[in-house]
Design a protein around this ligand. Structure first.
Ligand code: ATP
Ligand code: MG
Length: 449
């Protein structure tokens, strides 16, 4: 097995004192022949004995109550004392942690068979639940009774669908849910309400930033997704009668998610871009229109993302993308692109272009009218290439107040906004004197000429 030298040394060091096993995702991934991400060891040593054995290395008692210490080898390794969990009354932490020396007991409390194997330092593999069989068949199967395991910790429901996408990405082949496990996901999906928003958020982000959409599709099919984001439920089966569209809003949404790059902001924006369509629908001459679904959608997206405890900067970026996803690229011209650039920054503007292209691709194929013509793309690139200093307005509030004898107040803001619009039309106008000359005739009554 291909382990970092420090990890192997620590493993040997611990195993000299008591049986120590490589477990969890790193074992699963290396049996799959893909690079492991993080390393977990399970040991019969008690946490204090691990700390003693690893003296001289940087050791952090990350979860001492549950028997976990992190050793920096320098690669961080989580070393956890073998344990057999008791009952879970808070749905997250077992009531008692009973340390054990039997590796099978420790494997029995793990979530899925492919995650419930242990490799001994001597090379022997403990696989009591058929993990290798399921790796070969590419199946996610709960250890033991899926209903029981999901009720113990409903986060496992999200982990199951997340692994569908992640393991497809890592192996390049499709995975599936074992039937009883899939059934229990649908049946117990509402139990995920008991899980903290932060834990659900982390799973949702891992799921959305995969290349594969398999997990997201499973979350839709089981309606698990609608427990986390009930607002999306109204998109399912919501028909659009419009020459641009040939699918319901949810199918269109999933297509757009699949078309954008798998970054958190783009994937979230794609997932939420049409969330307000059902609320905004208007029938005119047998055709559906959705006036204002971009603005209402931005508001709804903000509520959803805050509720899911996403960081403020992610919320702001996604909300701006949803708000502007109907931007009229062809009509707007450079002035419009500069305004977007001022509001969203270069990264945001690029993301908005990407979202637009994905939105078109995810619609009826024959609709070329909304695509991004080459000359528009070139104009956007031109604006992105303009030096930032040119775009910074050459006057500020003090200049405006001094030039026109104004005190602080809304009039100053109004004039600056006017100046900004004028300069966005043509950056060559961005000179102090020219701007003040332009503003002079626009002074409100009472301002000094
Ligand atoms: P990743 O590649 O995302 O790190 P992983 O399988 O390593 O996947 P971790 O969250 O790092 O996942 O957990 C390590 C191991 O701990 C898992 O493989 C599994 O055996 C066990 N585990 C983690 N979370 C749970 C849980 N909620 N319930 C049961 N077992 C769990
Ligand atoms: Mg891991």
């Amino acid at each position: 097995m291909d382990l970092p030298e420090g990890v192997r040394r620590l493993w040997g060091l611990l195993d000299q004192r008591a049986p120590t096993y490589l477990v969890g995702g790193c074992l699963r991934d290396s049996l799959l022949g893909v690079a492991a991400k993080d390393f977990d060891l399970a040991t019969a040593l008690l946490p204090e004995q691990v700390m003693e054995a690893a003296a001289g290395l940087h050791v952090v008692p990350t979860g001492i109550r549950y028997g976990t210490v992190t050793v920096h080898t320098p690669t961080p390794v989580e070393v956890t004392t073998l344990r057999a969990d008791g009952r879970y009354s808070d749905r997250r932490h077992p009531d008692q942690v009973a340390f054990t020396s039997r590796v099978e007991d420790d494997l029995a409390r793990r979530d899925f068979t492919v995650n419930a194997m242990a490799l001994g330092y001597d090379g022997s593999l403990a696989d009591p639940f058929g993990g290798q069989r399921d790796l070969r068949a590419r199946v996610i199967r709960a250890v033991g009774d899926p209903a029981e395991r999901f009720l113990e910790d409903p986060l496992r429901i999200w982990r199951a669908v997340r692994f569908l996408s992640q393991l497809e990405d890592r192996t390049g082949r499709a995975w599936r849910l074992e039937a009883a496990t899939a059934g229990a996901i649908t049946r117990y999906r509402a139990e995920t309400c008991e899980v903290s928003e932060e834990r659900v958020r982390d799973e949702l982000l891992k799921l959305l930033t995969c290349g594969s959409l398999a997990g997201l599709v499973a979350a839709v099919e089981s309606r698990l997704l609608f427990i986390a984001i009930p607002e999306l439920a109204a998109l399912a089966g919501f028909q659009q009668r419009h020459p641009h569209h040939d699918s319901d809003v949810l199918v269109h949404t999933l297509r757009v998610v699949g078309e954008v790059e798998a970054t958190a902001t783009l994937r979230l924006a794609a997932l939420l871009h049409d969330v307000a369509k059902p609320e905004c629908v208007l029938w005119l001459d047998g055709v559906t229109h959705f006036y204002g679904h971009d603005r209402l959608g931005a508001k709804m997206a903000e509520g959803i993302l805050r509720r899911l405890r996403l960081p403020g900067e992610v919320v702001d970026r996604v909300v701006a993308l949803v708000a502007h996803h109907m931007f009229p690229w062809t009509e707007a011209g450079p002035k419009g692109y500069r305004r977007l650039l001022g509001e969203m920054g270069a990264e945001g503007l690029r993301e908005l272009v990407a979202l637009h292209v994905a939105d078109v691709r995810g619609s009826r194929a024959a609709t070329a009218r909304w695509a991004l013509p080459a000359e528009v793309a070139a104009m956007v690139e031109g604006v992105l290439a303009e030096p930032a200093e040119v775009m910074r307005l050459a006057v500020n509030g003090h200049d405006v107040m001094a030039a026109f004898g104004l005190g602080p107040g809304p009039e100053v803001g109004r004039l600056l906004a006017e100046a900004q619009e004028w300069v966005w039309e043509d950056p060559a106008r961005n000179e102090r004197e020219a701007i003040l000359e332009h503003l002079r005739p626009l002074l409100a009554e009472g301002g000094r000429p």
